[in-house]
Design a protein around this ligand. Structure first.
Ligand SMILES: NC(=O)c1ccc[n+]([C@@H]2O[C@H](COP(=O)([O-])OP(=O)(O)OC[C@H]3O[C@@H](n4cnc5c(N)ncnc54)[C@H](O)[C@@H]3O)[C@@H](O)[C@H]2O)c1
Length: 463
């Protein structure tokens, strides 16, 4: 099928590449000319494992193009994906202005056109947006004196995880399709058939059977996305609150999580205590869910508490530092990992930004090493107040403490003897409970985790 993907960010670019590997012909459209120049030259503007290679392969087929002409892309496609950003407004509501702009652009481009098309919403949007998009397309066409084009809106929420975006797109746990038109759902099922049958590049054939397909109405599909992110955020905030109690009672949150996670009704995923959730999705989707509920006079008390716990959790590492360094003024603190999670370049709502701001507010000097950003030619504006370090050893030099903010796998291999020898004081706060505490103890570090209280036997084993 001929497909247009409007918005070539994390979701749009990865989707465009996957659609090509499913056998479709795809045009990616963006209003960001810098991004387009990179993409036209075969360069991915973002880092995601395997993306650069799969982008090159997709472009090599001759079935993937990128340009900025929305009208031309829409006119030549039967399926039009909307994958633009829906960032939070100051009120917490989702800013759907980019979705609206694209919907109007589609309506103007299709004025007078009578070929049936699907407009598929992959952006995360408040419940009711699908119906609104349908109206916006029709209204825009009428401003050109034309009848509403035969466009059907489908909701197809995206569940990929940044850091594993490509893998998740080839191997989703389920595909959700929402529309009030059964023919539109059937067309979407045909579009996804190679993926559903696990017949395209990147599909993990060890998985038994086809990918589950949920076909539902527009509103339910839109709600499924918010419910999924709301529930994941709840699991994290739940374990983080319990971790604080473990710290007081001497229990170990990792063992507690293992103990409850083996229960199939609970599951172990998203039960790793730490600094809490960040990124471009969970924070804004939880806020949007709360905002939606408020505007319909429904009180989501649990969701409100989940957000509050997460906000406080970020700054817990600062209190942990203060236990050993009561006066942070004049101290140098090194942050290990700055992106909101490992294997991504994404700094949106990254806990590192809040932690650095609070440390600087208390008078500390903050240095940072990030396995992605420390390798780039430029240090991004968002990290402007953090002094860049090219290596972990450089980061450690002169530090009074190190804080693990993001659990990049390479941090498990660090040579703590060497780092300690560079430091002013051997202190580590492991904000992700990802380090081997016995190795740290053996290297003479005073360390603290989040609810992590290993038994004396475990620690003694290292000595
Ligand atoms: N990033 C994730 O992990 C993830 C996961 C699931 C769902 N989502 C949702 O998917 C949507 C997209 O997220 P993202 O992370 O890919 O965003 P992004 O900011 O990385 O990308 C959005 C892209 O849309 C482009 N754009 C904006 N307005 C445009 C317009 N009028 N015309 C053409 N291009 C336009 C931007 O230039 C940008 O390149 C959001 O609603 C998000 O909530 C994101």
């Amino acid at each position: 099928m001929r497909v247009a993907v409007i918005g070539t960010g994390y979701v749009g670019l990865v989707s465009a590449v996957c659609l090509v590997h499913m056998g479709h012909t795809v045009v990616g459209v963006d209003r960001d000319t810098e991004k387009l120049t990179l993409l036209q030259g075969g360069q991915s503007p973002i880092y995601e494992a395997g993306l650069q290679e799969d982008l090159e392969l997709a472009m090599g087929t001759g079935r993937l193009q990128f340009h900025g002409d929305l009208a031309a892309a829409v006119g030549s496609s039967v399926v039009i994906f909307i994958a633009v950003g829906t960032p939070p407004l100051p009120s917490g509501a989702s800013d759907t202005s980019a979705v609206a702009a694209v919907a109007r652009g589609i309506g103007l481009a299709l004025a007078g056109d009578d070929q049936p098309r699907l407009v598929v919403n992959k952006s995360t949007v408040p419940v009711g947006t699908g119906a609104w998009v349908q109206d916006l397309v029709a209204q825009a066409a009428t401003t050109r004196g034309a009848a509403a084009p035969p466009v059907t809106v489908v909701s197809n929420p995206e569940f990929l995880r940044e850091g594993q975006a490509l893998w998740d797109s080839y191997n989703p746990d389920r595909i959700v399709l929402g529309s009030d038109d059964p023919v539109a759902l059937l067309t979407m099922e045909q579009l996804y058939a190679p993926l559903i049958q696990r017949r395209c590049r990147g599909c993990d054939l060890r998985h038994p059977g086809p990918i589950p397909l949920i076909k539902t109405d527009l509103a339910s599909a839109e709600m499924i996305k918010y419910a999924a992110n709301g529930f994941l955020a709840t699991k994290v905030s739940f374990i983080n609150e319990l971790a604080q109690l473990c710290d007081r009672l001497g229990a170990d949150i990792g063992l507690v999580a293992d103990g409850i996670g083996l229960d199939k009704r609970i599951g172990r995923a998203f039960l790793n205590a730490g600094i809490g959730w960040g990124g471009s999705c969970l924070p804004k989707d939880v806020s949007a869910l709360l905002h939606m509920a408020n505007s319909h006079r429904v009180q989501l008390r649990l969701m409100g508490a989940v957000a509050d716990v997460n906000r406080d959790q970020r700054l817990l590492v600062v209190s942990k530092l203060q236990k050993v360094l009561p006066v942070l003024k004049g101290c140098t603190i090194g942050l290990l990992g700055l992106t909101f999670k490992p294997s991504t370049s994404d700094l949106r709502e990254a806990p590192a930004l809040d932690i650095a701001a609070q440390l600087i507010h208390l008078g500390a000097v903050v240095k940072g090493f990030d396995p992605y950003w420390s390798q780039q030619d430029h240090w991004p504006e968002a990290l402007g107040s953090i002094h860049p370090s090219p290596t972990p050893a450089d980061l450690a030099r002169g530090c009074h403490a190190l804080v693990v903010v993001t659990e990049w796998p390479e941090f498990k291999m660090l040579n703590w003897q060497e780092l300690g020898s560079q430091m002013h004081q051997r202190l580590v706060v492991d904000g992700r409970n990802c380090l081997d505490c016995s190795a740290l103890t053996a290297a003479g570090f005073h360390w603290q985790g989040i609810g992590r209280n290993p038994s004396p036997a475990e620690l003694a084993a290292a000595l």
